[in-house]
Design a binder for this molecule. Structure first.
Ligand code: FEO
Length: 401
């Protein structure tokens, strides 16, 4: 049975929710599920904005049938070819053979990569700033390369001031009956998932997000319609400001993310003493055991806070495996503008600190503190002052001490 949500008189959400998916993209846990958003606009022409993942294809087609009624589908706007939004594209084409697909040239190439149907005869290729009238509504197209793939584009409905923003402004978590962000306590219950979604999915592409923000911030946006999560009709400025902050790699809060890798608890002990010394100085510290917490969750915290501390044992003369995965992931996500402290451990040849520093030096504008703490097996009493010094140095780099 169809299950859809009305957004305006002319626009309906026809997507679906997946609560059985364990790992989004095979990497990111989605304990609260995820939504695949698709929107259908009825005007003189009927226009579908994106399709959905295979997991929700049945309800999607029931939704589509219900809203279209006796009408056919005239246009499909494809903003992004990642299969979570395009898996059902070919089935849509089969059901509506006279359909025209509105997209850019890169999307045409990707459609040919993913599918074998004839796209050339039905593609309407649009470029930056081009417009298309579908009756009462006028659609304007903006290219958004690398937000999150190179082919991504967005559509702005100049008539009703609606921005279809592709992956941008999305959020993990299934929609549990609500469709608008202001229907739920987004700040309390969803902002962390929005941050986790942003930092892991789009976090690497800060400069490209900045580029699209420059295009869309001047627009009047009454409705913000992403491909995952809620539609925004209130407080859009707050969400835009978050994206500006995240994409410029500006910390949201002063505080220290302490990530530690500890085989027998001795490196953890040093990390805990550092956390204690920080809180003694009124500095917020959050701790993660990298062997327990997935790297993607720690990256989310790294995007949030101003300081990072890594405490890692040495393993096979390298960085401990789960810490290595985290550090590599942070570098891959292009994190910038953080102050970093390092504690290393090694029973005969502590080496992890030098290697972690070497990796993080690949990131832009990382202030890696010189006073590394190096321990052999266990932290000794005469090294407590080194931890104190590290906490004090961190305190001295905070703006508000
Ligand atoms: Fe939700 Fe980049 O796909």
């Amino acid at each position: 049975m169809h299950c859809l949500k009305k957004i305006t008189d002319d626009l309906t959400w026809v997507g679906g929710n997946d609560r059985r998916l364990a790992m989004f993209e095979g990497v990111y846990s989605v304990p609260d599920g995820v939504s695949y958003n698709s929107y259908l606009m009825l005007d003189e022409k009927t226009v579908l904005f994106d399709t959905v993942d295979k997991a929700v294809s049945r309800v999607f087609f029931e939704n589509l049938n219900e809203v279209l009624g006796e009408r056919t589908l005239d246009y499909l706007v494809v903003h992004h070819m990642e299969p979570d939004h395009s898996f059902t594209l070919e089935e849509v084409v089969l059901r509506y053979p006279n359909l025209k697909i509105i997209c850019n040239a890169k999307i045409v190439s990707m459609i040919k990569q993913f599918f074998d149907f004839d796209i050339d005869s039905r593609a309407i290729i649009v470029k930056e700033g081009e417009e298309l009238s579908i009756g009462k509504h006028q659609l304007k197209f903006y290219m958004a390369p690398m937000v999150h793939w190179p082919e991504v584009m967005m559509t702005y409905d100049t008539t009703d001031s609606i921005l279809f923003s592709a992956d941008a402004f999305g959020c993990f978590g299934a929609l549990n009956g609500a469709i608008f962000a202001d229907e739920v306590d987004f700040q309390q219950n969803y902002m962390e998932e929005a941050r986790r979604y942003y930092s892991n999915i789009i976090g690497k592409y800060g400069s490209q997000v900045q580029a699209i923000l420059k295009k869309i911030v001047p627009l009047e946006i009454r409705l913000l319609c992403p491909l995952h999560g809620f539609v925004w009709r209130k407080d859009i400025d707050i969400y835009l400001e978050k994206y500006d902050r995240w994409s410029s790699y500006t910390p949201e809060e002063e505080g220290v993310v302490i990530a530690y890798a500890s085989i027998y608890g001795n490196t953890e002990n040093a990390a805990e003493i550092l956390a204690s010394r920080l809180w003694d100085r009124g500095i917020k510290a959050v701790m993660f055991d990298v062997s327990v917490t997935h790297a993607s969750d720690i990256i989310t915290a790294a995007f949030r806070y101003s300081h990072l501390a890594f405490a890692s044992t040495t393993y096979n003369n390298g960085i401990f495996v789960s810490m290595e995965a985290l550090v590599f992931d942070i570098v891959a996500h292009n994190l910038q503008n953080r102050t970093v402290a390092i504690i290393e451990n090694g029973s005969w040849a502590p080496n992890s600190g030098k290697l972690i520093r070497g990796e993080l030096e690949k990131c832009k504008n990382m202030n890696i503190l010189e006073n590394k703490v190096s321990i052999k097996s266990t932290l000794k009493k005469d090294q407590l002052s080194e931890i104190d010094d590290m906490a004090e140095t961190i305190a001295n780099t905070l703006i508000q001490k």
